[in-house]
Design a protein around this ligand. Sequence first.
Ligand SMILES: [Zn+2]
Length: 270
Amino acid sequence: MHAPEEEVVAASPDGRLRAVVVRDVDGVADTPLDYDGRVGTVWLFPEAQRRHGFGHDERSPSPHADVVWEMDRFYRHPYVDFTREQVLKHVVRRHGTSVICPLFMLDHSGIWLRLGRDMLADPTEDARSKGRFVGDEAGWDTSLIGFVLDSAAAREAHGLAAGSETVLEALREEVAELNSWVTGDVWGVRVDQRVEYAGPHVWRTAVFTGSRSCDACGLMPLDADDDASPCPGPDEPEWAEVEGTACWGYVGHDWAAQAAAEAMEELGAR
Ligand SMILES: [Zn+2]
């Protein structure tokens, strides 16, 4: 989260190209809930969707669908008649779910998301807010905002075994991505090319003013009377964006850095 606003993440072996990652201050990335091919479905309670702009998971049942309603009622207003077993059984039956974890949000100088444990595998996972985030052990600023679960259809699409550690890992990664997005960890990438000077660094004297400057890089001599010393060239190499390489909306710095390096390698291989 504390990565600089602009960072060179890779350079080509010949030093001609560099890969750059830039923070996307406009936050133009789509919510990860719109991405295709996720293993997990995110069920958010309606006010979390509204208040925090998470968007709506297309595959999630409507906020009024009975399953969400039951989960909501049971886990936030535990005076209803259902038992935990009844509620979970209902979800498993309707969606072929093999892993279902509560999703928590810490809303305290920024927003952080965290997935709880699998409620089907671990009867001690009670979906309560206590002890979810370091610094908020009592759970005052932590709330249950929904659930993340797999479905038979998603497992089939990814070739995953029901209830496997791989399913759980996929859900964790997807929540980490959603967390990156909601905390503004969104980046753009581009490839820069070192500016090459067309001609040799030779002094040229202007016809009218008589002042001298380098024909190639435009530097002026430090000592106007020194005719003998050649132009030293710029102290630092100069860089210019390779047109068409800028691309925005990467969620997560690591992912952006990887994409930038790949774009640079592709360009270098041409
Ligand atoms: Zn020069």
